[in-house]
Design a protein around this ligand. Structure first.
Ligand code: HEM
Length: 121
């Protein structure tokens, strides 16, 4: 079996033109330069999908299963995941926000509760 080469994000991101277009999809890197003019979705959308992880964009379009097969012939390597720019993790942000709001509410609740307790005595 031939080992598949690992490519760094910066190297892959350089191929960002209609005559030199590499895409990152599901951890793999594809050189789709020769396919550009045939793409039913157009050239511009492919160029706009360079320099980033295009997995979600590719999946969102609902490409057919046969298209995934088509991809194989354009494979040039796999992306070194450690070189990918960090994505903003929405879940982590929401958890943080939740606790940031929850904490003052708890403190306020305790303060009101303590006051109520003191007044009763
Ligand atoms: C390696 C990359 C890609 C290949 C080989 C490819 C190939 C294809 C093929 C064969 C079709 C028609 C059949 C189908 O829907 O599955 C298609 C349609 C389409 N593709 Fe891609 N695609 C690629 C990447 C992308 C990306 C990254 C986007 C968008 C961000 C995109 C957007 C679209 C759109 C919008 C259509 C629908 C066009 C229409 O029906 O009017 N494609 N693509």
């Amino acid at each position: 079996m031939v080992a598949i080469q690992k490519l760094g994000f910066d190297e892959v991101a350089k191929h960002n033109k209609s005559n030199d277009c590499w895409l990152i999809i599901s951890g793999k890197v594809y050189d789709v330069t020769s396919f550009m003019d045939e793409h039913p979705g157009g050239v511009d959308i492919l160029v706009a999908s360079t320099g980033k992880d295009a997995t979600i964009a590719f999946d969102d379009v609902g490409h057919k299963d046969a298209t995934r097969e088509l991809l194989k012939q354009y494979l040039v390597g796999e992306i070194d995941e450690t070189t990918l720019p960090a994505k903003t993790d929405n879940t982590k942000f929401l958890i943080k926000l939740f606790f940031m709001l929850l904490l003052p509410i708890c403190v306020l609740g305790l303060a009101v509760g303590a006051r109520f307790h003191v007044n009763k005595e």
